[in-house]
Design a protein around this ligand. Structure first.
Ligand code: APR
Ligand code: PHB
Length: 401
């Protein structure tokens, strides 16, 4: 027996993209069903990035999920670039007419969105198995899945693929329709969460001949730090003492000391750039990591997912309220303009700050020269700053709304 149901928008994936889309649609009276492969606990425990652009912060607040973010998020108006034992402040806010970022974990964003969804009573199903798309080239698509051993079929007007890089939605598009671009980097990040007050007021991005390091934070009591490691590195090779000693060496700066503390969590993240286009095929729309990946150095992944679904929600509202299709027709091109800017910025930050084991001493001299330029030229620092704080989130033209 198959249980059949109908909705306006079937959302595959309950990461930040799917959950925020569901919330934005719900606020506008558009029905959706969210189907997630993993359990709620798994989704709420995943430690991911933690920097929200101003546009993302505003969208979360407008969507009614900003309460904890406004209380607990740390507003940052700058970052440090550290190299050759010296710390250089990039006053991003000053350079961008007052724009800031908020340090607030993606994990917390996901928890807030899940809570809002469940409170609203709108459907969100965890632990869906065998999710598959059908009829996406038609205007009567459907999603089949199993829940608690029962087969389900969800009929929708539109399917949104918010199921991340390894999901099923992008591979449902015929190969000859999609063009993909990508790059994998010859290094990875080992990230830790440590129960210790951050040793800095702003994030520190450090270039060092031993490899990149980043000092970030989650609160005034919890530090988040990363070290560049080899692509085949394993957690077992990185006992706590080795991590702290690498962080000490790579973040070294005269008159400054890194505070150590108990490590709560360790994980290794590969570094990859990837874009698939177009982000629409028939009645399937891709958003977030399902369509594009950036290395975390520019802190753009979550923000791109947020920008995609902000546009998609507006286009869908227009489609369901007044039959307007321009927003949906322009969706892919509008997203991809921002996506490619973030691709370039993320690649550029990554290339400037990491030691590439396949490169030579000449490459390192180029990096040092670029860092000296970015930290001494207002023009160069402004370029970094405006990319880091992010462009304002694009909204569909009022005529469509
Ligand atoms: N069916 C249903 N859900 C699926 C399936 C599937 N076949 N495959 C994957 N998923 C779920 C995953 O379990 C995950 O919860 O889709 C969700 C995708 O979430 P994310 O990977 O977080 O992607 P997205 O919402 O686009 O958010 C992008 O997350 O990975 C970071 O750096 C990235 O910060 C960026 C943000
Ligand atoms: C984080 O806090 O996890 C973080 C911060 C900045 C980045 C990447 C990750 O560029």
């Amino acid at each position: 027996m198959t249980v059949a149901a109908r909705t306006q928008v079937a959302i595959v994936g309950a990461g930040p993209a799917g959950l925020l889309l569901g919330q934005l649609l719900h606020r506008q009276g558009i029905e959706s069903v969210i189907l997630e492969a993993r359990s709620r606990d798994y989704c709420e425990a995943r430690i991911r990035a933690g920097v929200l652009e101003q546009g993302m912060r505003e969208v979360l607040i407008e969507a009614g999920v900003g309460e904890r973010l406004e209380q607990e998020g740390l507003i940052h108006g700058g970052i440090y670039l550290r190299f050759d034992g010296e710390n250089h402040h990039i006053p991003m806010s000053e350079l961008t007419g007052g724009r800031c970022v908020t340090v607030y974990g993606q994990t917390e964003v996901v928890k807030d969105l899940i809570e809002a969804r469940l409170d609203s009573g709108a459907p969100l199903h965890f632990e869906c198995a065998s999710v598959a798309l059908h009829g996406i080239e038609t205007d009567a698509p459907r999603v089949s899945y199993e829940l608690d051993g029962v087969a389900h079929e969800l009929h929708a007007d539109v399917i949104t693929g918010c199921d991340g890089f390894h999901g099923v939605c992008r591979p449902s598009i015929p190969d000859d329709v999609l063009t993909t671009w990508g790059r994998s980097y010859p290094f990875a990040w080992l990230g830790i969460l440590a129960d210790v007050a951050p040793s800095t007021d702003e994030l520190i991005y450090a270039w060092h001949p031993r490899g990149f390091a980043l000092h970030s934070m989650r609160s005034l009591e919890l530090s988040r730090l990363y070290v560049q490691v080899a692509t085949d590195a394993e957690i077992a090779e990185w006992p706590d003492e080795r991590i702290w000693s690498e962080l000490d060496a790579r973040l070294q700066c005269d008159g400054w000391e890194l505070q150590h503390g108990p490590i709560r969590e360790k994980s290794i993240t590969p570094m990859r750039s990837f874009v698939a286009a177009p982000m629409r095929y028939g009645s399937l729309f891709l958003a977030g990591d399902a369509a594009h990946i950036v290395p975390p150095t520019g802190a753009k992944g979550l923000n791109l997912a947020g920008a995609d679904v902000t546009l998609l929600a507006e286009a869908l509202v227009d489609r369901f309220r007044s039959g307007g299709v321009t927003g949906l027709e322009e969706y892919s091109d509008s997203c991809l303009r921002r996506v490619w800017r973030a691709q370039h910025f993320s690649w550029w930050m990554t290339s400037m700050l990491h030691i590439d084991p396949t490169d030579d001493a000449y490459g390192m001299q180029l990096q040092r020269s670029q860092l000296a330029y970015v930290t001494s030229s207002t023009a160069a620092a402004t370029s970094l700053a405006e990319n880091y704080v992010g462009l304002p989130f694009e909204r569909a033209p009022a005529a469509h709304g």
